[in-house]
Design a protein around this ligand. Sequence first.
Ligand code: HAM
Length: 432
Amino acid sequence: MQKVRAPKGTKDILGEEIRIWHFLEETVRETARCFSYQEIRTPVFEHTELFQRSVGEATDIVQKEMYTFLDKSGRSLTLRPEGTAAVVRAYVEHGFHVKKPRVKWYYLGPMFRYERPQAGRMRQFHQFGFEAIGFAGPGADLEIILIAWFICQRLGLPQLSLEINSLGCPECKGKYLDELIKFLQEHSQELCVTCRERAQRNPLRVLDCKNEGCQRVFSNPDFPVIQNFLCEKCAEHQRRVEEGLRKLQVPFQVNPRLVRGLDYYTRTAFEVKSGELGAQNAVMGGGRYDGLADFLGVKGVAGVGFAAGMERLVLLLSDKKSVFEEKGPLVYLAPLSPSAESQCLRLALKLADLHVPFYLGEAERSLRAQLKEAQNAGIRFVVLLGEDEEQRGIFSLKDLDRGIQEGYSEEELLSFLERERRKCCVHTPVES
Ligand code: HAM
C-alpha cells in the first residue's frame, strides 16, 4: 500500500528543530511584550474577497497562489496567504477605528501560498508579524523597522541587510506608474516574456526580475525611479525615516527597485535579506499601508507593519549551528511499586506547581531500567520511591552526577529541587 505522506510544500516540525522554533517564538513574544504589542489571532481562512481587494487582484498571490475553495454553502473562502489584511479587517470589524484608533498588534501563525516549493519556500509556512495601526508619522515606521532589526540581533543574525524604499502615496505612485509603463513599452523587445506580460498586468513587479536582459533595461540611465516622483510630503516622510535610521545606527541601503509583492503599500517599504539563503533571501518584509482599510469602507486609517518568514529564520539559525540548549527534565520520578505510582503523581503535581520539569517513570519497569532511562535522557536527579521509602515516609534522591543517594522529607525534597531549577535557564542560544 502506498504510504500517505505530508502534502508537497508542507512539513512536520519536530525533534531538535522544535528547540529553534521555541527560541524564535519566545524571542518574538518577549520583544512584543517590551514594545507593548498585544497578540491578535485571526482565523486561518477568510472570505476570498478580502485578499482580492487588499493584496490586489493583479498580484501573483491573488492570481496564482491562493488556496481558495467553496464551503458547503457555496461561499468562496481562502486560506490566508498573509496576515495584514485580516488584522486590518479585525480592526474595522471590531470598531477600533471609532473606539481606539491606535493599536499595536502582533501575530504568529501558519500562512498558505501555492508556490513552487524549494529551500525556504513552502506552501504552508509560518510568519510572525507586527502591525501599528492608526499611526501616521514616520516614528511608527522607525519603530516597526527597529523591532524587525532588534529581533534579528536578538536571534544572533547580525549579518543581515536592510533595504528600504518609498512607494509614495497613490498620487506619486500613479505618476510613476505612467512613466514606468511608457518606458517598459518602449523597451518591450528587450524584456523577458514574463516581464512583457507583467508590464501589462502589474508593471511594478517587473522591477523584481533577475533576467539579464531585463537587468540591462533597469540600468539604463533613463529608467524611471520612484524617488524622482515623490510629492513633497512623501519625500519628507522618507527623509525622516532615513534620518532616524542613521541616528539609531541601523545600517540600511535605499533600493529604488524594492516594490514588494502586495499592492497595499504606500510610502515606506522595506525588506531584511540574508546572503546565506540563495534565491529565497528575504527573511522579513513590510511597510506602510495607509488606506488599506479603504477597501473595508473606512477611510483615512494609517498603518505600518512587517512580517517575517519563520522557516527562513529557522534555516539561518540551524545553518549557524547555534546550540539551543533547552533543559530537559531536572528529575526522574521512579515509582517502584503500584502504590508508589500515585505518590509519585502527587509529587509530580507539586513539582509542576514549582515549575520543576520532571519525567514520570512506570512502576512496571525495574529500578535498573528506570535508572538507565534517566541516564540516557541526561537527567541528573532520580527520585526513588519503593516500599521501604513509603514505610519511612521519605523519598530517596539519587544524584547521578555525583553518584550519591540520600533520604529527604517531601518538604526538603521540593525545596532542594526548586533551588536546582533556579540554577538552570530554559533556552540559551550558545554560539558554537
Ligand atoms: P511578504 O513579503 O509577502 O509580506 O511575506 C513576509 C515574509 O514571509 C517574507 O519575507 C518571507 O520571509 C516569508 N514568506 C513569504 N512567502 C513564503 C513562502 N512561500 N515560504 C516561506 N516563507 C515565505 C507579507 O506577507 C506582508 N503581510 C508583510 C507586512 C506586514 N506588511 C505590512 N505588515
